[in-house]
Design a protein around this ligand. Structure first.
Ligand code: NI
Ligand code: MN
Length: 226
C-alpha cells in the first residue's frame, strides 16, 4: 500500500487501485505550502469526525472527484444535503466495499462542524483487503477499546495514530495504544500544525524505538510504501 501524507491528519492510502483519502485538510493548514485541494486524489473520502481540521476540503474534493464519503450518519447526511454522495456507518459496524472492508471503531473525542451542526460520534477506521490491514485512529484519547482491534480484525500492517497531545493522545499514550493494537509500524499524525500540538520529533521516535516499534513521520507530500 502507498501512503501519502498531506499534513495534520490528512493522508491517502492507495490500495486495490483506489485512493482512500482520510480527513482532507490542506487549505488552512499553515504547514502546507504547495498542495491545494485540487491536488488530492480521491476515489473514497473517509472522515473520522466533523472538526474543521478534518473536513475543510471535503466539499471541494468531493465535487471534483465524485468520491464516496464514508463516515458516521450525521456527517454523511450533512454532505448529502450539499449534493455529495456517501455511505453512512456507526461505531461497531463493518461494510464490505469492492476494494476492502471498513470497520467503524471507537474514538474518544468530540465532533461538531465548524458551522455548529452536530457531527455525530467521532470514530476511527480499520480497513482490510488482500493487500493488508491498517487502522486510522482519528482524533482520540488512549482507550482500552483499542485492545479489541487485534481480537476482531486481521493483524495490522500499520496504524495512523495522533501524537500531538492536548486535543488527542500524546506520544507516550500513543506508544501504549500501539501496544494494545499489537502494531509495530506507526505513522504519527495530528502534531506540529498549531502551537498547542508541537512535539519533539527525536523524543517521539525514541519513545517508540525504546518500545520496539517504529514511528514514521513522513514529510508533507511524501509517499511511503508499506
Ligand atoms: Ni478533532
Ligand atoms: Mn483534530
Amino acid at each position: 500500500m502507498e501512503v501519502t501524507f498531506y499534513g495534520h491528519a490528512c493522508l491517502s492510502v492507495k490500495t486495490s487501485g483506489k485512493h482512500l483519502l482520510f480527513d482532507p485538510f490542506v487549505s488552512g493548514n499553515p504547514l502546507v505550502k504547495d498542495i491545494r485541494p485540487d491536488d488530492l486524489p480521491a476515489d473514497v473520502i473517509l472522515v473520522t469526525h466533523a472538526h474543521g481540521d478534518h473536513v475543510a476540503d471535503i466539499e471541494s474534493v468531493g465535487r471534483r472527484t465524485n468520491a464516496q464519503i464514508i463516515s458516521n450518519y450525521e456527517i454523511v447526511t450533512y454532505y448529502e444535503k450539499r449534493g455529495l454522495k456517501g455511505h453512512p456507518m456507526n461505531i461497531g459496524g463493518q461494510v464490505r466495499m469492492p476494494w476492502g472492508t471498513v470497520k467503524s471503531v471507537i474514538a474518544i473525542h468530540s465532533s461538531e462542524f465548524p458551522d455548529g451542526t452536530y457531527g455525530g460520534n467521532p470514530g476511527g477506521f480499520v480497513v482490510s483487503n488482500a493487500e493488508g490491514t491498517f487502522y486510522v485512529a482519528g482524533d482520540t484519547a488512549l482507550t482500552l477499546d483499542m485492545q479489541l482491534i487485534p481480537r476482531t480484525s486481521p493483524p495490522l500492517d500499520f496504524a495512523v495514530l495522533p501524537i500531538g497531545d492536548n486535543f488527542t493522545m500524546g506520544i507516550l499514550d500513543a506508544v501504549e495504544a500501539a501496544r494494545m493494537i499489537q502494531c509495530t509500524t506507526i505513522i504519527g499524525c495530528h502534531y506540529d500544525t498549531f502551537g498547542y500540538i508541537e512535539i519533539d520529533h527525536q523524543y517521539a521516535r525514541k519513545a517508540f524505538a525504546d518500545a520496539g516499534m517504529q514511528l514514521l513521520l513522513p514529510a508533507i507530500g511524501e509517499t511511503i510504501t508499506l
